[in-house]
Write a protein of this length. Sequence first.
Length: 139
Amino acid sequence: MNLWPPFLFSGVRVEAIGADWRSARVVLRRRWYNRNYVGVHFGGSLFAMTDPFWMILIGENLGRGYRVWDQAATIEFVAPGRSDVSCEFVVTDAMLEELRNAAANGAKVLRWFDCDVKATDGSLVARVRKQVYVRRREP
């Protein structure tokens, strides 16, 4: 994933993906080419660093019997990103069980997942919400 052009050319680095696809850690290094007009992280890069992970982790855990897509997203910029920033994603058993139960009868499920983008000192830079679509595939 680190060679995927949207990540490569914006300075995003996937530091870890759990062997069980239950977690991921992503870092956005502050570089001259990913700063905005006022010298802080470009908002598009902050969003891009979080974009695919909920969908990928949930899809890998639910398996081929489910369709999983990104449906919607929001980002709230809380503070300027003046240092490297990171975001962590963790998929729990409870999340997966909730999605399986809600999709059991073939209905589409829309669920919001949150992640915080944090600076190296732990301060909050942005809050990102992703809405994921889940539906059982027809046999």
